[in-house]
Design a protein around this ligand. Structure first.
Ligand code: MN
Length: 265
């Protein structure tokens, strides 16, 4: 984990004909943070939310005690290219009521040659109002051409940099496309040097301080919580995972559990 960040999925760029069709499925104990780089995606959920997301916008879905949602990319001239990250909820918020938030105007800042679109927390003197439950930061960073930049860090945070596009070094270490650079808490800055245009996702957070049990789309604190969530979802519509209409139809059943006790990490 990097702070409460516990999962990152970088998808695309891909032709929209191979786009994203993810039928209804549940989540518990986490927040999904969806950030689009290209294309357009429709989100629907069991709260009744219908929300399109475009590049530079944020969808935040807080599962809390339970939510179900689906995601469908829209056909268009652009490719589909995005990242979705998950945030573990602290134990105090593990079972809160689910909610959904969309942000279409997020703060941007410039630090020398570095551009930053901040979508969680504070970076470079600007802050996003995204509702999260631990100390966190997330931004899309960009460098145009062969440039260097000093990235200011909160020295109490762990940090990660996912290279979306380009070729960079971080503190002299070469990072290739799709690699995630990790920096433990401590340093006050990182030095990034790009060989050409570079796009990055910058994440950070205070060390989470709790162990979580994460399996499929569920996060809890014990094997039994996961077993319970899985069986409620597979039993069909419930108060916890209510039904909703979408343009995909159907639902994704939870897979078989492995024949072991799930352990925390
Ligand atoms: Mn999902």
């Amino acid at each position: 984990m990097i702070g409460a960040w516990c999962f990152i999925d970088h998808f695309g760029p891909t032709e929209q004909t191979d786009g994203m069709v993810v039928a209804a499925h549940p989540h518990t104990g986490l927040q999904t943070v969806t950030w689009l780089l290209e294309g357009r995606v429709e989100h629907r959920d069991s709260l009744g939310t219908i929300q399109h997301i475009n590049p530079g916008q944020l969808n935040l879905m807080t599962a809390g005690r339970g939510i179900a949602h689906s995601e469908l990319s829209e056909t268009g001239p652009e490719s589909l290219h995005a990242v979705q990250m998950w945030l573990a909820l602290p134990k105090e918020q593990l079972n809160i009521e689910p909610f959904f938030e969309h942000q279409d105007a997020l703060p941007e800042t410039q630090l020398g040659d570095l551009t930053a679109k901040v979508f969680v927390g504070e970076f470079g003197g600007v802050a996003a109002s995204t509702k999260v439950f631990s100390q966190l930061v997330a931004a899309e960073l960009g460098l145009k051409g062969e440039k260097s930049a000093k990235i200011p860090l909160n020295s109490g945070f762990e940090h990660g940099i996912l290279l979306i596009h380009g070729e960079i070094t971080v503190n002299g270490e070469q990072i290739t496309q799709n690699q995630l650079f990790f920096a433990p808490a401590g340093p006050a800055a990182l030095e990034i040097t790009a060989k050409s245009d570079a796009r990055m996702i910058f994440l950070g957070g205070e060390p989470f301080g709790e162990q979580i049990v994460m399996w499929w789309n569920f996060i809890g604190r014990s094997h039994d919580e996961i077993v319970q969530a899985r069986s409620e979802w597979n039993a069909g519509a419930s108060a916890r995972f209510s039904e909703f209409e979408d343009r995909i139809g159907g639902r994704i059943p939870a897979p078989e559990l492995p024949n072991v006790q799930l352990r925390s990490r």
